[in-house]
Design a protein around this ligand. Sequence first.
Ligand code: PEP
Length: 249
Amino acid sequence: MRTPVMAGNWKMYKTPEETAGFFARFLEQVGNPADREIVICPPFVNIPAAVAATSGSVVRIGGQNLYWKTEGAFTGEVSGPMLRAAGCTHVIVGHSERRQYFSETDETVLARTRAALEAGLTPIVCVGETLEARESGETASVLTRQFQDGIAPLETAQFGQIVIAYEPVWAIGTGRTATPAIAAEAHVTLRRLAASRFGTDPADRVRILYGGSVKPDNIQTLMAEKEIDGVLVGGASLDPVSFATITNA
Ligand code: PEP
């Protein structure tokens, strides 16, 4: 039995004040469920406000990215130990917007994942194909490359600590959601890759989230698919009522 992870990615939205306002409304609607993990990843500057607002609740806070060095002359970067010291438990790695706009590669995804694990953070490692790749029948080969170069070099014990998010790029922020069957097929591909590299037990245990235009009106059908172990939500995680509906699904 894999405990679902319901994660929100706020991207570059909200101020610290808006962060406090969000949690005041969100927390009264979610209670303290023990059967799922709830994670919100706000912009870096909102992490202290988010950690303070969620103290004593089941909600966990994550970063949206990290650098692979612990400290140094790397202007504009934030390290794993810094996120940990600020109260984060999770961090998103390799989001498609990082891959698309900030030159993220499978190799840097691997370096960031290792750095997150060394800092005691749970990395939520994102993979997924573009529309072009899907339409040319290359979904499985893209996922295989992202897995082999970005995840497979981890040690088995490290693999046991990560969460994977399958996020087809064509479904992110577009209103186009993968059907549960499309998501399930990709999740099965990823789980097979995990089994051949790390063995069936670690592959059975790893949580694979779906992300891409998840909304209150499609969460039930997505979560009914046994291959989907939770969701990574962008736009709909910005509204406390929408995200509470999703996390309560
Ligand atoms: C995301 O940012 O990871 C995401 C899936 O965005 P959206 O839910 O808005 O498609």
